[in-house]
Ligand binder design. Structure first.
Ligand code: SAM
Length: 461
């Protein structure tokens, strides 16, 4: 039997009425385990215990494996994500439509669950900007997006107010807001101890600040997705009503089959653990009216000009001519757009999103393309880890499949101890899933997994 905070229990009992005992019972059960596969990498269907109804790529697992031991997780073949929060996929399906190029902003993105979900839904000529203001969390976001391997993504490490030069520019803005986290207490008991009514009010006010910036960034007709992993009305319904009343936003209803168990609540939708196989989650969806007094479409004039500069923030545009033969490393290099930073590290996005990416890089000093190609050294390329995990990596690079023991050694940044490794650069793989770069030196293998990616304890010797 869980002991719930009395203020929380009182409010929930009042709200749930006859359903309260079922809620309390669900809170005593372990949280379901679910993953979302990467449709650009995962080659089969995972062994599963049911599909997540509202997300085609979401699967429940019968038990929680040690994900840290699984090379496929390290390869970005799937993401471990709580099932309710995958409902963003259904909202996008119902109201956004992803068969056209879109500019999408995830304003509060770390650790990257919704960003990885979102970019997998978008067309290849759409651009996702995944932003996280807190530095340590930003690094985790980048790691997860690098693992995911899709190239039409920029990351940013900014407060929402820094996005002002991009006002009126985005087709979709997702605010998966920092919240009081009531819906995650089964996974994080400490969060319940930190909960208080003051904290709820603090979170609600912070959410309104983030949302006000988000609305300014939306283009006319653009879609705002607002979500939290909490139950209380202060952060959810009250903020949703404030959005409707204070701004030119039209609420967008979502339609779910009744058997999914999702509860309509005022202007949004609530996921409860006794009704769905997932954690507590709230989602509401709005469209910015075309004739909105809050529409400002005022992308900074420098960013709009035809004579754009060749440098964007800390990145300088470069031509592929004169660079080490990129076709050895990158699929169809003529289709990528390149920049380098002052350390001559090359970054790329697909040509189809290059102009939009430069607009973002020029506006935000701490934005960066997700796909780092590598560093040019003495006329040769030192390939970056993100290239190893990217879906744009050339198909013909030499590779070697490691067994589970060798793959584990590789992920611990040890010599994987393989006989017959190719000489020179090769991809270390497990079951054909790329884990990272290695270099064969005759008798031994140098492991190029970045230091910060090293797995500390994997159980296998
Ligand atoms: N969307 C993420 C996912 O699905 O993996 C989870 C986001 S989490 C609920 C909220 C995030 O907002 C946290 O990473 C937090 O650091 C970040 N955050 C905190 N203050 C913020 C602010 N003022 N503006 C934007 N994001 C903020």
């Amino acid at each position: 039997m869980v002991v719930l905070n009395p203020d929380f229990a009182r409010a929930m009992q009042e709200r749930l009425g006859a359903e309260w005992p079922a809620f309390v019972e669900a809170m005593a059960q372990p949280a379901p385990v679910s993953i979302r596969i990467n449709p650009f990498k995962y080659r089969s269907t995972p062994e599963h215990d049911g599909q997540v109804p509202w997300c085609a790529q979401g699967y429940y697992l019968a038990k929680r494996p040690a994900f840290i031991l699984d090379p496929l997780w390290h390869a970005g073949a799937y993401y471990v994500q709580e099932a309710s929060s995958m409902a963003i996929a259904e909202a996008v399906r119902q109201w956004v439509g992803t068969d056209r190029p879109l500019r999408v902003l995830d304003l509060a993105a770390a650790p990257g669950g919704k960003s990885t979900l979102m970019v997998a839904l978008l067309s290849a000529d759409s651009l996702l900007v995944a932003n996280e203001p807190i530095r340590s969390r930003y690094d985790i976001l980048r790691q997860n997006l690098v693992r995911w391997g899709l190239p039409n993504v920029l990351s940013a490490n900014h407060d929402p107010q820094d996005f002002a030069p991009l006002a009126g520019w985005f087709d979709v803005v997702l605010v998966d807001a920092p919240c009081s986290g009531e819906g995650l207490w089964r996974k994080d008991a400490q969060a319940m101890l930190e909960w208080s009514l003051q904290q709820v009010n603090f979170c609600a006010a912070r959410q309104r600040r983030i949302l006000a910036y988000a609305i300014d960034l939306l283009a006319p007709g653009g879609t705002l997705l607002y979500s939290t992993c909490t139950y209380n009305d202060t952060e959810n319904s009250t903020n949703a009503r404030w959005l409707r009343d204070a701004f030119d936003l039209e609420p967008l209803p979502l339609r779910w089959p009744a058997k999914w168990g999702i509860v309509e609540q005022d202007l949004g939708y609530q996921f409860y653990p006794h009704r769905v196989r997932g954690e507590g989650f709230y989602l509401s969806c709005f469209r910015k009216k075309i004739a909105s007094s809050h529409v400002t479409a005022r992308v900074h004039s420098v960013l709009r000009s035809k004579n754009r500069p060749a440098s964007f923030g800390r990145f300088q545009r470069v031509a592929s001519a004169g660079l080490p033969a990129l076709s050895r490393w990158v699929q169809r290099p003529e289709k990528v757009h390149l920049w380098q930073d002052r350390h001559e590290i090359l970054y790329a996005v697909p040509q189809s999103v290059a102009a939009d990416a430069e607009t973002v890089l020029a506006a935000l000093p701490r934005a960066a393309p997700m796909l780092e190609i590598g560093q040019v050294l003495k006329g040769d390329l030192l390939p970056a880890h993100s290239l190893a995990l990217s879906v744009l990596r050339a198909g013909q690079v030499p590779y070697l499949n490691l067994d589970i023991v060798q793959a584990t050694r590789y992920l611990r940044k040890e010599d994987p101890q393989v006989a017959g490794a190719p000489k020179g650069w090769f991809l270390a793989c497990y079951e054909d899933y790329a884990l990272g770069w290695a270099k064969g030196l005759g008798g031994r293998v140098n492991n190029y997994l970045p230091k910060g990616w090293r797995v500390m304890n994997t159980g296998h010797s």
